[in-house]
Design a protein around this ligand. Sequence first.
Ligand SMILES: *Cc1c(COP(=O)(O)O)cnc(C)c1O
Length: 398
Amino acid sequence: MFKATRPFDALMDITARPQTVFVRGKGSYLWDDKGKRYLDFIQGWAVNCLGHAPSCVAEAIAAQATQLITPSPAYYNAASLKLAKALVDLSCFDQVFFANSGAEANEGAIKLARKYGAQHKGGAYEIITFQGGFHGRTLATMSASGKKAFEPLFEPKVAGFRKARLNELASVKALISDATVAVMLEPIQGEAGVWPASDKFLNELRALTHEHGLLLIFDEVQTGIGRTGRLFHYEHAGITPDIMTLGKGIGGGVPLAALLATEQVSCFEHGDQGGTFNGNPLMCAAGLAVLEELGKPAFLKSAAETGLHLESELQKLSARHGLGEVRGRGLLLALDLKLPIGSAIVAQAFESGLLLNSPQPDALRFMPALNVTREEIAEMIDGLDAILTKAGAARRVA
Ligand SMILES: *Cc1c(COP(=O)(O)O)cnc(C)c1O
């Protein structure tokens, strides 16, 4: 019988991971068990919006843990009431359901749209999603995703998702039928390599969905909570969706996600939706600490400026090395490498103590803490510059 011999072997091998064990993090830095320091421009996949172990989140969790960890989702608790009210006050939505992951929040959005279709649209249940889109790893959210690699997996998929092309309104129109209830998208496709929907396209989508009585669902799991320089990405386009999901940054590092809906659409009845840990006060206390920090004067303005600074530094780097465009918004940016060298660069960066992500073979993605400093950006750019110089020299020799 196979019995795990090394500590690594007792975990299911679900992704290629460096054989390094991380033990500590603070701000933009992580340390492994050998004491090596890494500058982190991944931040748990755009999760640690305030960096590693922010004291406001640590203190909120510690304080809440001594008071009440969970009373059961069948009872109200103060932290979830406060967080729901804060999210409603800060957004265009009226009601919130808390979840434990982005995928679970999106499952809730899909269910809510289907419920709305059953109640108001003669049982319409199809949701138009997008090629390249990513909505999570549950069966329904994998089915909603437009990721090529998901296509052959775990058949049969959940039915009812039809895929349009981002920024091509005609491709959406062509899929609308009596069975359609909603259109769902990430305003910036993160996992696909940071491909933004244009503000024009988002406005056209809003007009089209209104015209056909369809719901517009924004998956802001990656773009929400200040990541693009506004609290929510939909604010950039000047439109309001009917449903939005949040995850990643909302908990400042802990598992917290949310499904938000306007009053007209918020139609769950008793028994439709729930979950053991949903809205537990421990995670909601972390969410409250995050919102309090982001709500401080100038926090988001400063994050937006830092995003512009990083963008311009990446553009200069790209020009120096003859690379491609810089895409994205705020502190969700990608650099087009023009060659499939992303994973080689990520591996060399790791060796040199720099954590970078390559969501596609020819792109690097940058999702640092929203309070990353100019010095840390300079350190990252210098490190990447050295790696690109070496890679360029190797190519010229070869
Ligand atoms: C990460 C992500 C998800 C999935 O969130 P999990 O917390 O990993 O389930 C869904 N949608 C988008 C846009 C994401 O970036």
